[in-house]
Design a protein. Structure first.
Ligand code: GLN
Length: 197
């Protein structure tokens, strides 16, 4: 059984732990380098990307995490986690750092304020079965992607809709929160990525 870490500095950690365990993985909360060294893959949860960026730096995790991702460790970021994986952020804070694990520009809070949070049924490439009920909470969207980054879902399922899910090899990110809806297919997809690595 693979061990998947959940970055546990801030955000909705417990929901990812539950979804990953239901999907057949062992989990480990990651707050320090020694824990990062023990996992086969990592989830970066939703929360607040500016705070997560600060905490990654103050916990000394920013560079070790970048190095693990560069060496091929599978990683999945949701919402704030998507922002942390980006190569650049629009509407972020000036001191906000991101890992550059995916060549993409992300716009923070792109769908509006907390009251503009919403849900919709999304067609996600690579997921079999029915559309995925996606929950967007003060979510970012992806403004543009570089070569090699595959768009796997767009808001409204429209060809010109905002990009809300992407993947490049072992790195995946979604604007929405699959850990809250009770549908584990995206976590199962990620567990499969880690098992296949
Ligand atoms: N708006 C948050 C941020 O900028 C992300 C929200 C979320 O993760 N649900 O980090």
């Amino acid at each position: 059984m693979v061990t998947i870490g959940v970055l546990a500095l801030q955000g909705d950690v417990a929901e990812h732990v539950r979804a990953l365990e239901k999907s057949g993985a062992r989990t480990l909360l990651v707050r320090r380098d020694s824990e990062l060294a023990r996992v086969d893959g990592l989830v970066i949860p939703g929360g607040e990307s500016t705070t997560m960026s600060q905490l990654l730096t103050s916990f000394g995790l920013f560079d070790p995490l970048g190095a693990r991702i560069a060496s091929g460790m599978p990683v999945y970021g949701t919402c704030a986690g998507m922002i942390v994986l980006a190569s650049s952020v629009l509407d972020g804070r000036d001191d906000q750092r991101c890992l550059g694990a995916l060549d993409m520009v992300v716009r923070r809070n792109a769908f509006g304020r907390q009251v503009d949070s919403y849900e919709e049924d999304l067609e996600v490439c690579g997921l079999g079965g029915a559309p995925f009920r996606a929950v967007f909470i003060r979510a970012p969207w992806v403004e543009s992607v570089g070569a090699g980054v595959t768009v796997i879902a767009r808001a409204g399922n429209r060809p010109d809709g905002p990009i809300v899910a992407v993947r490049r090899g072992n790195v995946m990110a979604t604007s929405f929160h699959p850990e809250v809806g009770g549908d584990e297919r995206i976590h199962e997809l990620f567990v499969g990525m880690v098992e296949g690595h």
